[in-house]
Ligand binder design. Structure first.
Ligand SMILES: Nc1ncnc2c1ncn2[C@@H]1O[C@H](COP(=O)(O)OP(=O)(O)OP(=O)(O)O)[C@@H](O)[C@H]1O
Ligand SMILES: [Mg+2]
Length: 299
C-alpha cells in the first residue's frame, strides 16, 4: 500500500514491485479507464517557448501499451514535474525524451518528439550526443567507480569537449560548482565518488550531467533515496539550474513538485490527464482525477 503522497514528503528507497501484483492492479485499473480518463488532455499542452514538443507519443512494452497519445510541450528554462500514481507511465514517458527506452528490448515508441524542432526519433539521430543534450539523473545516485574528478570529466572526455587538461579542469570545477558540490569536495577530487554521502553522490551525478553542457536534464525521483537535508539541497539546486537548463522531474512528492516546478503534468493509467501552471494544478485542478490525486484520495 503506497503512503499518502500529501503527507509523506520523503519516500524510502523504492524496491521494485513483483510483476504479478502490478499487472493485476494495472488490469483492474484499466477497467475504469474508459469511464474516467479524458479523451484529450485538460489544460494547455503548448508552451510559448518550447524546447521539446511531444506529439501523439505512445509507448508499448511488447503488446502492452504503457503511454497513450501524449501531447506536451516542455518550456525552455523551466522545471516541469510529472506526477501520478505508481505505474502510470511517468518514468516511461520521461525515458522517451532522450530515447532511453531504446535500451529496453521490448519497448517501442511511436509519435514525434522534437528537440528544438528536430525529431529525436529520426533514424539519422545519433543517441550518444542526444543523451548529452538531454541528460539523465536517476533515483538512486549512480556514480562510476572512479574518482570524483573522473566522474565529472568522463562525459567531456568521451565527447572531446576539452582541448587540454587546463580546459578539462575548468569544466570539472564549474560543473561541481553549479551542482553545489565544489566546496565540499575540492580538496579530495582524486578520491572515489562512491565514498561521498548519498546526497553528495546525487549532486555528483548532477555535476556529471552538467559537464557535457546539456540543454535538458531529466530527473526520475532524484531525491527519493535521500534524507530531508540532502533533498532540500537538491531542490535548491534545481531552482538555480533552471536559469541555464530545462528540467523535467518525476516525483511522488507533491510538496516537491510545488516547490521546484513552474508547470506540472498529471499522468493516470498512461494518459496525460492534465497539465498546467503548478499553482493551478495544486490549488484548482480542472479534472476530477487530478483533484483526487492531489487531495490524497488515491495514489
Ligand atoms: N521494462 C519494462 N518492461 C515491461 N513493462 C514495463 C517496463 N517498465 C515499465 N513497465 C510497465 O509500464 C507501466 C508504466 O511504468 P512506469 O515505470 O513508467 O510507471 P511510473 O509512473 O514511473 O511508476 P512509479 O511511480 O512506480 O515509478 C507499468 O504498467 C509498468 O509495469
Ligand atoms: Mg517511475
Amino acid at each position: 500500500m503506497e503512503a499518502n503522497p500529501m503527507t509523506q514528503d520523503i519516500r524510502p528507497e523504492i524496491t521494485p514491485e513483483p510483476p504479478a501484483p502490478r499487472e493485476a492492479a494495472s488490469a483492474a485499473m484499466s477497467e475504469a479507464r474508459s469511464a474516467e480518463v479524458p479523451d484529450t488532455t485538460f489544460g494547455v499542452i503548448e508552451h510559448p517557448d518550447p524546447i521539446i514538443n511531444c506529439r501523439d507519443v505512445n509507448v508499448f512494452y511488447g503488446d502492452k501499451q504503457a503511454v497513450f497519445d501524449v501531447n506536451l510541450d516542455i518550456g525552455r528554462h523551466q522545471v516541469i514535474s510529472m506526477i501520478g500514481p505508481s505505474g502510470c507511465g511517468k518514468s516511461t514517458f520521461l525515458r522517451c525524451l532522450n530515447r532511453m527506452n531504446d535500451t529496453i528490448d521490448i519497448a517501442r515508441v511511436t509519435g514525434t518528439i522534437e528537440l528544438d524542432g528536430q525529431n529525436i526519433y529520426d533514424p539519422k539521430i545519433d543517441v550518444v550526443p542526444l543523451r548529452a543534450r538531454v541528460g539523465m539523473v536517476f533515483q538512486k545516485p549512480n556514480p562510476f567507480p572512479k574518482s570524483i574528478y573522473d566522474n565529472v570529466a568522463y562525459g567531456p572526455r568521451i565527447h572531446g569537449l576539452a582541448k587540454d587538461k587546463v580546459e578539462l579542469d575548468e569544466i570539472v570545477r564549474t560543473s561541481l560548482e553549479r551542482a553545489g558540490l565544489l566546496g565540499e569536495v575540492k580538496d579530495r577530487l582524486d578520491q572515489p565518488g562512491t565514498g561521498l554521502s548519498g546526497g553528495q553522490q546525487q549532486r555528483l551525478c548532477i555535476a556529471r550531467a552538467i559537464a557535457v553542457s546539456p540543454d535538458v536534464i531529466l530527473m526520475d525521483e532524484p531525491c527519493s533515496a535521500l534524507d530531508p537535508i540532502a533533498t532540500a539541497k537538491i531542490e535548491d539546486l534545481i531552482d538555480e539550474l533552471r536559469e541555464n537548463y530545462t528540467i523535467c522531474i518525476v516525483t511522488h512528492s507533491m510538496q516537491q513538485a510545488a516547490r521546484v516546478s513552474q508547470r506540472t503534468a498529471y499522468f493516470h493509467l498512461g494518459y496525460l490527464v492534465e497539465v498546467g501552471e503548478t499553482d493551478k494544478i495544486f490549488t484548482n485542478p480542472t479534472h476530477k482525477l487530478t483533484e483526487d490525486y492531489i487531495t490524497g484520495r488515491f495514489g
